[in-house]
Design a binder for this molecule. Sequence first.
Ligand SMILES: Cc1cc2nc3c(=O)[nH]c(=O)nc-3n(C[C@H](O)[C@H](O)[C@H](O)COP(=O)(O)OP(=O)(O)OC[C@H]3O[C@@H](n4cnc5c(N)ncnc54)[C@H](O)[C@@H]3O)c2cc1C
Length: 446
Amino acid sequence: MNDFSAKKQHLQQALASQQGKLRLRKRTISNLFRYGSWKSNRSEGLSLADFNNVLAVDVENNMLDVEGLATFESIVDAVLPLGRLPLVTPELKHITIGGATVGIGIESSCYRHGFVHDGLIEAEVLLPDGRIVLCNSTNAYSDLFHALPNSYGTLGYILRAKIRLMEARPFVHMKVVRFANVNEYLNVMQQATEDNHIDFIEGLFFSNTSFYLMTARMVEGVPYTHDIVRKHIFYKLIQQTDDIYLTTRDYIFRYDPDWFWNVPDTFAYRLFRRYAPGRFRNSGFYTRYCQWKEIWQRRLPWRSGKETEPLIQDWEVPWEQARELVDYALENIDLEGKPWTAVPIKTPASPSIYPIKANELYFNLGCYCNVSKAPGLEANHYTRILDRKCFDLGGIKMLYSSSFISRGKFDRLYNGLGYEQLKTKYDPEQKAYTLYEKAVSHSNIN
Ligand SMILES: Cc1cc2nc3c(=O)[nH]c(=O)nc-3n(C[C@H](O)[C@H](O)[C@H](O)COP(=O)(O)OP(=O)(O)OC[C@H]3O[C@@H](n4cnc5c(N)ncnc54)[C@H](O)[C@@H]3O)c2cc1C
């Protein structure tokens, strides 16, 4: 069904007959990664699966109209051939524009353009009571607009978004520089944020003597391209060569083929990597495979002796605290050869329920793998200690993954008072879960 107005009417009717609290149903995988307590939910979920189309590309004015559940893969495929890209495009193909807007999407262009939500011009939002409102930064619903980032669907669902685009070129030339010293690494990364010739900045680091800085720029032509879908594994390639040439599409989704670095580098997987049909070579397939594997492993009478903790998290601290966070992470957690990610971020505006300072450089630390746990440590030990360190350094963490924060602390960190007022205004009958419920107390709810 492609008539946006008809789909909205149909959705409002479906919402009216919903039992229990609101829950989102969609066609593509979820990129939430919460592994805390579970809560059963009577609701089958409200299906937004049909709201997944690109509606209109305005090349002249660098704007895109898109439905809320459209994936970044479909967005990039619609705009890149026209020489355009969203200002910030998450690296996993199946992340959606709605999910990344309410879930603080980031990427290697964040130092220049802020978060995914900073590119939002307006949004049509389905409120939990069934009304559909258009919000932007200045109209009567501007408070809703400014509270969408970090709301995770608890104030309503984005059905349509108008976002800004930027000019793009077909290829990317990436320069890789290795550092053995964290101070030098951070200084050069910070200097790069002021260089107008660079389009993308990020880092990967493996130990306290092995830091990689990748700066990239979009170009019209390259001497050749590296194949990071079949032949090379991106995070290994950066350790082997100083110049990497990619198509812009491959660059944008560079961590998708290996779900960052989680596709095991075994002989069987190498074969799979090389020869499996394209529809299996993406993070969506791998996420489904992992969910399936976990369900089956839970049923097995025996278990592997190795205890691990999924540490899939992002933390942001003011740039001056970056060194201390990096040192702490490296001293306390062994990723066994897998990297940490480092991304500089500067947002032009502070969202009301993700209080990060506007126009100040932040350091984003990311971890996207399982970590072996020493016996006797409390559950989710590594998540807890890194969260604590981040907050002690005046930082904030994203909530797409598990959190174990007390209600009081959560309210202090994420403007609980302001959120309460918005919740009373936009969800007076409490049909949707609260942010604390979704992010902390019942973490299986999407
Ligand atoms: C392994 C991993 C890697 C990640 N890597 C990146 C990355 O590279 N870059 C990045 O930016 N982010 C990354 N993320 C975070 C990701 O952007 C957020 O989890 C985001 O919210 C996921 O969006 P989704 O479209 O997959 O939505 P879902 O996972 O399906 O939903 C996420 C939440 O958003 C709500 N939601 C979804 N759609 C809408 C909508 N239309 N309107 C309102 N609410 C909605 C849902 O109710 C849910 O609470 C990563 C997450 C994981 C687990």
